[in-house]
Design a protein around this ligand. Structure first.
Ligand code: ME8
Length: 489
């Protein structure tokens, strides 16, 4: 695939949030991964060397609690859940290149520790007493906001006021530098509304953040990264989780991939983790003297029936159920076209089915079936495609590169509508039966043109709906009507 002329850089590093494996992934997580996958596939087809990172965020108290609840040993418990992540990604056709786990002592820990050492050498880590409300059940500090009637809602106990020593990171020192980098788009935040949000947050001043915790006795040795030079402490989430983006590339270990791919071209994140990624993470990189990521793409949240999905409301939609019923491409289609990438978006089972039937069964699927049936019956052999048949348009490329996936999908579905009109107006299915040789020839050419239009549609669909794109191109190559792409359900 080629796109309009531009300076094609030959590497593209794309990351996704490392999700907590304390529970099953839901449709929100599937959404992040689908956006990332479409982007990764687009850039691969653009002849860029793509590194697409996925992972799991494992060194947390939540994990210890979830394992205890399941009556399992933490690391074995995590192994099982990570398998489920990978199963979901396989069934959704997520083409990640690497999966990083923060309990990986060989891959992740050296990177996080090397980063820690740089922050320490910069004079940006210091020890301070931390005082707060401590829940013994959680073995962690909780805040006033977490309490219900003065008690921890999970354990039903009153928290204790406790002091402990933590390392702190001098985030406050970087407020001005961060504001400047973000305002000037050296660190680009998309969409603008999120850029404004973070700039106003930073303008309010930044406080230093706690960067470590004393090692709890209940934590197994494989969980929690030891602070270099201080075995009594483990890293708290910031240096632990955020470091994954460079540790995965071998930072602090064997950094050939780091040299090749860092800085990241895009960190994809949900709006809930904007502050970590737009304030703490770049401040850490500035402190360490490392380049900043180029772009943060911040997507909104998926709701169902206008509400946050919740078990009590009964509106939770399991991505695996949808994939089982409709297939991966239908799910990818819905997420990419019917959810705005920048705002919150809504999904209901009814809305999904309606979009599936109207646009995939009656729209795309029907067009492919009609055109390829005509081609199979009336063309002497497969249409020989030229390079330009599968070039994506500049308009489409621009929309994908600026993360407007829904609009990019509209471009493709506009092409489908154009082909439908072409079919209706020119009636090749009638004319091909004509006794008049020249009319028959016109019809034959129209069928050929329709096949080329399908090839272009398939090329445009490749990042979003890879299996469908492949099936259409295979049908064209073999000049046969494909299996029903989107059965009526
Ligand atoms: O925050 N709609 O992990 P997490 C859309 N481990 N996306 C949603 C969503 C929804 N309703 N709910 C969640 C963490 N997400 C940390 C990240 S990164 C160094 C550490 C997606 O398992 C969205 O991408 O809570 C969000 O940012 C992420 O899941 C949070 O996943």
């Amino acid at each position: 695939m080629r796109t309009r002329a531009r300076n094609v850089k030959n590497t593209f590093y794309l990351t996704t949030p490392i999700f907590y494996p304390n529970a099953k992934l839901h449709l929100g997580h599937a959404y992040t991964m689908t956006l990332a996958d479409a982007l990764a596939r687009y850039h691969r087809r653009n002849d860029e060397k793509v590194h697409f990172l996925a992972g799991s965020d494992e060194n947390t108290q939540k994990m210890v609690d979830a394992a205890a609840k399941a009556g399992a040993e933490p690391i074995a418990f995590l192994d099982g859940i990570v398998q489920n992540f990978m199963k979901l990604y396989a069934s959704l056709d997520i083409s990640y290149d690497q999966f990083i786990r923060t309990t990986d002592t060989n891959v992740h820990w050296p990177g996080a520790q090397a980063l820690w050492e740089l922050l320490l050498a910069a004079g940006d880590l210091y020890k301070k007493e931390y005082e707060g409300l401590y829940c013994v059940g959680h073995e962690a500090f909780i805040t006033d906001k977490d309490l219900v009637d003065g008690k921890c809602p999970d354990h039903g106990t009153e928290p204790e006021q406790l002091r402990e020593e933590n390392y702190f990171f001098r985030l406050s020192k970087y407020a001005d530098a961060l504001r400047e980098k973000i305002a000037s788009d050296e660190l680009r935040i998309v969409p603008q509304s999120r850029k404004k949000e973070i700039l106003s947050f930073i303008s309010g001043g930044l406080e230093d953040v706690s960067f470590s915790r004393p090692r709890r006795s209940s934590w197994p040795r494989g969980l929690g990264i030891p602070v270099p030079g201080d075995d009594s402490q483990v890293m708290y989430v910031w240096c632990d989780a955020l470091a994954n983006y460079i540790s995965a590339l071998g930072f602090g270990r064997d950094d050939a991939l780091y040299q090749e791919f860092w800085p990241a071209d895009v960190h994809i994140i949900g709006k809930d983790i904007l502050r970590f990624h737009a304030a703490i993470w770049p401040a850490m990189l500035l402190s360490a003297g490392l380049p900043l990521p180029k772009t943060l793409f911040v997507h909104g949240f998926i709701t169902s029936g206008g509400k946050k999905m919740s078990k009590t409301l009964g509106n939770v939609i399991d991505p695996e159920d949808l994939i089982d019923t409709y297939g991966p491409d239908a799910v990818r289609y819905f997420l990419l076209r019917h959810i705005s990438p920048f705002e919150d978006g809504d999904i209901t089972r009814e809305g999904f089915k309606e979009a599936y039937t109207a646009n995939l069964t009656n729209g795309l699927g029907n067009l492919v079936a009609r055109v390829m049936k005509l081609a199979e019956e009336h063309l002497s052999g497969p249409v020989k495609l030229a390079g330009e048949d599968t070039i994506v348009s500049g308009e489409f490329a621009e929309k994908v590169e600026t993360f407007r996936f829904n609009e990019a999908m509209d471009v493709v579905f506009e092409k489908i509508a154009v082909a439908d009109v072409f079919m209706t107006e020119r009636e090749p299915y009638k004319k091909i039966k004509s006794a008049d040789a020249s009319e028959k020839e016109v019809a034959r050419r129209d069928i050929e043109s329709l096949v080329r239009q399908l090839a272009s549609i398939a090329a445009h669909l490749a990042p979003a709906m890879p299996a469908t794109s492949k099936a259409i191109l295979a049908a064209i190559r073999e000049n046969r009507k494909p299996e029903n792409l989107f059965p009526r359900l």
